[in-house]
Design a protein around this ligand. Structure first.
Ligand SMILES: C[S@@+](CC[C@H](N)C(=O)[O-])C[C@H]1O[C@@H](n2cnc3c(N)ncnc32)[C@H](O)[C@@H]1O
Length: 279
């Protein structure tokens, strides 16, 4: 095999082949190098969170929503979970049965016993008894449309310590902005921000992430928003990391409600549900 400094000691070569980072004969090209760099870039944000949790000495449980081929889950397991002395488990949630089956088979082949894949929607996973009551980390990488919002709801329900999101497009907020546009056009100069159809889509998408951040802050999370540099799969590369800090907070709750009301989005209150403003 070529000399490949990018490959870390103990990393599964079989997994890298399955992810098409290495060719079947173990070679790596420039594209693969870039892909691996991107994976490490995301890993570099998540690893410190896992290390922090590791110090608690409990079983470490991570749920990856909209797992797809479980790219992220497998990399996390291979680089971190596999080498821990304590128990840890990664659950992949995915609605496409063939992907669930494929991931189960791959985990079996690689000998990764701490991985499970459940054929569930994110919304259904909130109430599923196939998942434990306590979950430490919730990830959702390009989970389609409102699946990211369901993942947030899941994380809040499970009181997760960390939530890592790279949202996909979300069409729901833009649709409501569009529907209510004519009603508030004359009343509010801010409607200029989304008067043109293309702006409605773009503004809706950005606003969705702003509302998600406020929702998380309202529930007592500290939120950071950065860019997932060079993530080739999508133009959507906003990385939101939320860390549970304490109790529900009044100020972001009020801000969330004011923003929804100012933009004519009161009906979205259920989607971005917040604790009571007085709490
Ligand atoms: C764009 S792919 C991303 C896959 C993976 N997270 C990644 O980044 O490589 C989104 C995946 O989410 C799944 N998905 C979409 N909506 C879902 C939902 N409500 N519940 C569970 N899975 C969902 C799709 O089937 C698809 O596999």
């Amino acid at each position: 095999m070529q000399d490949m400094p990018e490959i870390r000691p103990g990393q599964s070569i079989e997994l890298l082949k399955e992810l098409h980072i290495l060719t079947r004969d173990g070679k790596m090209n420039q594209d693969s190098r870039r892909k691996l760099k991107q994976v490490y870039h995301l890993y570099q944000f998540i690893e410190p969170l896992l290390r922090e949790l590791d110090q608690d000495g409990q079983t470490l449980r991570l749920v990856d929503h909209g797992a797809g081929k479980s790219y992220l889950g497998f990399i996390l397991y291979d680089l971190f979970f596999k080498n821990r002395s304590r128990d840890g488990h990664i659950f992949g949630i995915e609605t496409r049965d063939e992907l669930v089956e494929r991931s189960r088979a791959l985990a079996e082949r690689l000998g990764f016993p701490g991985m499970s894949f459940l054929n569930l929607s994110v919304a259904d996973s909130i109430v599923s008894d196939q998942l434990p009551a306590r979950i430490d980390v919730v990830t959702a990488l390009h989970a389609c449309d409102t699946a990211t919002d369901d993942a947030i709801r899941f994380a809040l329900q499970k009181d997760a310590r960390f939530i890592v999101l790279v949202p996909c497009c979300q069409a729901e907020v833009a649709a409501v902005l569009r529907k209510n546009k004519s009603k508030i056009l004359a009343k509010n100069v801010l409607t200029e921000l989304w008067r043109h159809p293309m702006h409605t889509r773009e503004f809706g998408s950005q606003l969705t992430n702003v509302l998600r951040c406020l929702q998380l802050e309202a529930h007592g999370y500290q939120v950071s928003v950065t860019e997932l540099v060079g993530w080739e799969h999508s133009m959507k590369n906003e990385l939101i990391i939320a860390t549970r800090k304490g109790q529900a907070r009044r100020q972001p709750t009020q801000r969330l409600q004011e923003l929804l009301s100012e933009l004519g989005l009161e009906e979205m209150g259920e989607r971005f549900f917040a604790p009571q403003a007085g709490s």
